[in-house]
Write a protein that binds this ligand. Sequence first.
Ligand SMILES: Cc1cc2nc3c(=O)[nH]c(=O)nc-3n(C[C@H](O)[C@H](O)[C@H](O)COP(=O)(O)O)c2cc1C
Length: 366
Amino acid sequence: MSHNTFGHLFRVTTFGESHGVAIGCVVDGCPPLIPLAADDIQQDLDRRRPGQSRFTTQRQELDQVKILSGVMAHPESGVQVTTGTPIALLIENTDQRSKDYSDIKDKYRPGHADFTYEAKYGIRDYRGGGRSSARETASRVAAGAVARKVIPGVTIRAALVQMGPHKIDREKWDWEEVARNPFFCPDKDKAAFFEDYLDSIRKSGSSIGAVIEVVAEGVPAGLGAPIYSKLDSDLASAMMSINAVKGVEIGEGFNAAALSGEENADEMRSSSSNTGNNGPAFLSNHAGGILGGISTGQPVVVRFAVKPTSSILSPRRTIDRGGADTDILTKGRHDPCVGIRAVPVGEAMMACVLADHLLRHRGQVA
Ligand SMILES: Cc1cc2nc3c(=O)[nH]c(=O)nc-3n(C[C@H](O)[C@H](O)[C@H](O)COP(=O)(O)O)c2cc1C
């Protein structure tokens, strides 16, 4: 039984633990002859990498990726391209501090997978959560960089749109701003506010949640399927599989429940202006670019809620492996808002799902 693989034709298997030798993934089903260099993957990994600002964990992982297989220099152009065989990507762990976790070896950390992991497997890698550590998400980001190459006409970007109760002002949305602040926030003023806000949370040893929005533009109409492989259900599954994600919305999401039919259903006018394929011009996008499980040609919009970091500096009540009540203090290095580093992970999951659906679409109807 395997639970480490996702996707059908663009198929990703990740491996490795937080405190093991290395993590990585095998991407199977990537079409041949796509230019792919380690640098292409590294750029995305660098955006997820820890230790880049005081607002993320100070764990200093270099996250240098190596392509072990599935590429070669093209015999004529010399450009490194995919060969159609499995692409294995390796990222070595270079900053493990197992001793940070040794005193919680026999206690279950509240909000973590410790209890459930042990209940299931009877053995638990207590060093940073092992397989359930979000270190695994680096492998997804690496796979996502390959996926982006499979859907070159699609632009996938994500942003942090809420931290704690504080939402951005959507009128001030500027994608350029996302790369300019440590929060991946598209609202410059809110990013300035988050500096002080998160600093006070960090200094108090606490943590806070966030909402991330992922937008894919240039998705052709027709990806997905009406019932069991709805594009929205696959996206929801992909986003929900990210550590600490507790809610996923497509388009209007939960807010749709408060709208009337007039307000919510996206009206259409004849025009090729927004699809490029003589499709309709939608007058709004409450659907988030998906109708009946199939992409409309509008931007695909997914939001996910990330819970606050569970490892905080105040003592918490828990039990030990013997079932006795005890207290726990989680030392080690942690993000005060894990939502920040989930931004590139959300982009990667969107890329993998869309690449998979594009190949499946071609396979059935091309
Ligand atoms: C990029 C990223 C980094 C994370 N870093 C931490 C961390 O430093 N400390 C922590 O307690 N949780 C962290 N988490 C969340 C835990 O991995 C997650 O809450 C835990 O494995 C339990 O899984 P669940 O929240 O999905 O139920 C992180 C999540 C992500 C997406």
